[in-house]
Design a protein around this ligand. Sequence first.
Ligand SMILES: [Fe+2]
Length: 387
Amino acid sequence: MAYYYRLGAIPPKRHTQFRQPDGSLYKEEVVSSKGFSGIYSTLYHIHNPNEVRSIGKPEPYSWKPAAEYGLNQTHLKTSDVEFTGEDYLSARRNLMMNSDVMMGICSPRQRKMDYYFKNADGDELIYVHDGEGVLYSQFGKLEVRKGDYIVIPRTTIYRFEFEEKGPLRLLIIESQGAIETVKRYRNEVGQLLEHSPYCERDIRPPHELHIEKEKGDYLVQIKKQGMLHQYSYGHSPLDIVGWDGYLYPYALSIYDFEPITGRIHQPPPVHQTFQAWGFVICSFVPRLFDYHPLSIPAPYNHSNIDSDEVLYYAEGEFMSRKGIDRGSFTLHMGGLPHGPHPGTVEKSIGAKATDEYAVMLDTFKSLQITTDSLEFVDKNYPMSWTE
Ligand SMILES: [Fe+2]
């Protein structure tokens, strides 16, 4: 959800005759959310989107919480992982989950998908930690690059083609509720306000249509209720000649997030970038530190009594933590205080700026770490505040 946008050919009036060069009608499809009360887009297909050729056997596709993991401040060290699997779907390693959200990493060996994917369970937010490429979807072509957050509304049919060169590392968040811009930064008609850390100019929707007209065999893998359903079509799902509306995938670069700073330490809400049911996403970016003459740039100890806090460390030096690498996750569970490591508070005094990049996920329900994450657990982390 960003703003009204349109690409390609659409008829002047909705739900009216719109004909192809051979005289047949284009097939109109309204993609709507919250029944008909939420955002929606209207798409015009060459072929009928319901024209399914065959349905294969569904495959299980879900993650299990690690039983008896316990209450532990957690550091997952995933920095050394080069590949997490063969392709975009088999390489997804969800590391933490609750009933609202799942978060994990994905570094597929195969850079180009030879099928389409549709997530019918939730919206996706993909942070491109390393890599660049193109997202091809029904809504068109969107160039993606390092540092991008890509918001993909549920049921968008898409495939990625990433460049073969360099590392590819994606952080993937799947949300049960819609992933949206932050409500308090929007005015009554949805425009981002002057004090928002980013605005519409920073949001990149698909920039041109990508129309696949050829008939053939097209596989769409659909994630729904913990299964991957195999749907085959005789035409490409990317047969859209035009669309308009508010529902479409878009990118926002973390490098375009403008930090809010203050004389004394600013709390995480100033870093908020997105909202969803049951969690928020924040971006920590290079910024000047606090400028009160007696300020302490390092954060204070914090008791998050009813939320769990995840930080994914993307780039730079992490002033308040020791032993954290690029690609580390920390999970500070509600019920225990957490704070800067010993020595880092004094060391931070007088520091003028930070060059860190990190993505934060704060959930309101407790998170469970999954069995996939156990191999990455840093066993020393819970005691790392004790010298
Ligand atoms: Fe905290």
